[in-house]
Design a protein around this ligand. Structure first.
Ligand SMILES: [Zn+2]
Length: 291
């Protein structure tokens, strides 16, 4: 069901005209726009970041490994997915991976930033994209799975986002979430990226449960590279003048392959049930139970 962004009426017609209050969200640059006041400027993410990222992410070990973990979790926990929404889809890199691995799934992507939508829709023409505030997803019992990959840590009101995801997911469906882990890893890099926090597994689990979900798995990843990550962050320090935002992405190719192999090995152990208490990131899998 759709939810009218103006009066919250649920409805199921083909278009977006609300049967009760007749409100219709506008299209901006070809995309349905549910939160136009946030489309060009808000404090969550440096918006020129999209142009930089689109060049770097497809080849980078970290983005590639995170995607492979997401695909594993989707297949393992949500076998019968037919509708998948990614919140904060950015350039659409993850969606393009889901599309390749599961061409039968109908894909939806949302971004608060208008800019990301253009890149993403060129990349995955079969997917539907819209501009939206993740705290107010205009759907109810609609998607089998909603993903938010490194999104929650950008949003002060992360609990509102989780509650909104709960409402938008079908009973029996669920969410896949990744976030950066461990507050002790906080450096200027987090500040630069627009993070509000890094999570502990406990905080993430509790917030998901509070939203109504049953948590099925909380998995640390990038665990084997944590010492390296610590070292790199210590060397970088907290001096904004010395900070180079692309340093972690601009690796030499041999190193990039090596790090990806290490994370491939780590993922193999995760598949066999290894759960590490630490890691650069966390993956959470949670379900909205059928009543
Ligand atoms: Zn309405």
């Amino acid at each position: 069901m759709k939810l009218c962004p103006s009066c919250r009426q649920a409805f199921d017609s083909a278009g977006w005209v609300c049967p009760r209050c007749h409100f219709e969200p506008k299209k901006v640059e070809g995309f349905l726009s549910f939160a136009p006041e946030l489309a060009y400027d808000n404090d969550g993410f440096p918006s020129d970041g999209f142009d930089r990222l689109v060049r770097l992410e497809a080849g980078n070990f970290w983005f590639r490994s995170r995607s492979k973990l997401i695909l594993w979790a989707l297949a393992r926990y949500f076998k019968n997915t037919s509708r998948f929404l990614e919140i904060g889809c950015g350039n659409g890199y993850v969606l393009s991976c889901v599309n390749k691995a599961f061409p039968g799934i109908k894909l939806f992507g949302s971004e608060v930033y208008q800019q990301g939508l253009h890149h993403a829709s060129k990349r995955i023409p079969v997917a539907e994209f819209f501009q939206m505030d993740a705290r107010a997803i205009p759907f109810e019992n609609h998607f089998d799975v909603i993903g938010a990959f490194d999104v929650l840590e950008h949003i002060s009101e992360d609990e509102k986002v989780l509650a909104s995801m709960f409402q938008a997911v079908v009973p029996g469906g669920g969410i896949l979430i990744t976030v950066p882990q461990h507050q002790f890893l906080w450096t200027y890099a987090d500040h630069f990226a627009g993070h509000v926090r890094r999570y502990s597994s406990r905080e993430l689990r509790e917030k998901a449960e509070k939203a109504g979900f049953r948590v099925e798995a909380v998995v640390s990843f990038v665990s084997f590279l944590l010492p390296l990550m610590l070292l790199s962050r210590l060397l970088q320090g907290n001096d904004p003048k010395k900070y180079d935002p692309e340093a972690e992405l601009r690796l030499n190719p041999v190193m990039n392959i090596l790090l990806e192999k290490i994370l491939d090995f780590e993922r193999l152990l995760i598949r066999f049930g290894l759960r590490m208490p630490w890691g650069g990131s966390l993956l959470l899998v949670a379900r909205k139970e059928k009543k």
